[in-house]
Design a protein. Structure first.
Length: 222
């Protein structure tokens, strides 16, 4: 692994100004880092990232404009830039959504910020940054990666098979999630979820999403 550049140029994006100030002070005190830009929302974060091309972006999940959307955009357009979330949210949807979007780390604001420089430097050296309690959730999720739709798929009676994403959407529908909730869970747009639902209904040759869910439940319980 190539050693990180020195200093590492960092973009700090958070709608909470005191947090930005505290992070800047911590990083400015470390010669390995230079804060090259700050932003208070997702749109400004993306614009600043494209303009500055930082080595690392430190983003808040719940800043205006959606921090996860910023991750998708920055990761897609600046693949060499490392991205780490710094947030108060320890919810699974935010954690998994950020990692799926391309984040290399997920840190909680309850951490001792004096440790932040070493953690970020490790990320830029090729390591991941996730607190132990969140790593446990990732392991639990991996251990449960054989959801019931995977067992159903091999014996599914319909000739036109669903894609993995369609199975995921169908299972979440069966759990009672709305289109918006599914979009958040899978880090998709609501329009993309609707496209998947339409494909599910068509492939299963049923009248609507409710009928698709009923068919799924029937085979899950058989």
């Amino acid at each position: 692994m190539t050693p990180p550049p020195n200093p590492l140029r960092v973009l700090v994006a958070d709608d909470h100004a005191p947090t930005r100030d505290e992070v800047r002070q911590v990083l400015d005190a470390d010669e390995r880092f230079q804060v090259c830009a700050e932003a208070a929302n997702a749109v400004a974060a993306v614009q600043s990232a494209l303009a500055e091309r930082p080595d690392l972006c430190l983003l808040d999940v719940r800043m205006p404009g959606n921090g996860l959307a910023a991750v998708w955009e920055i990761a897609g357009r600046l693949p060499q830039t490392r991205i780490v979330m710094l947030t108060v949210s320890d919810e699974n949807a935010d954690l998994f959504g950020a990692l799926q979007a391309g984040a290399h780390g997920y840190l909680l604001k309850t951490m001792n910020l004096k440790l932040l420089p070493d953690v970020l430097y490790s990320v830029c050296s090729g390591e991941a940054a996730i607190p132990p309690q969140l790593v446990a959730r990732l392991l639990e999720r991996l251990h449960k990666r054989e959801p019931r739709w995977r067992h159903l798929a091999d014996d599914w009676p319909h000739t036109e098979r669903l894609t993995s994403r369609e199975w995921q959407v169908l299972e979440l529908l069966a759990r009672g999630q709305s289109t918006a909730e599914i979009a958040r869970s899978l880090v998709l747009s609501t329009s993309a979820v609707r496209v998947h639902i339409a494909a599910i209904v068509r492939k299963l040759k049923v009248a609507n999403r409710a009928a698709a869910v009923e068919l799924f439940r029937q085979h899950s319980n058989s």
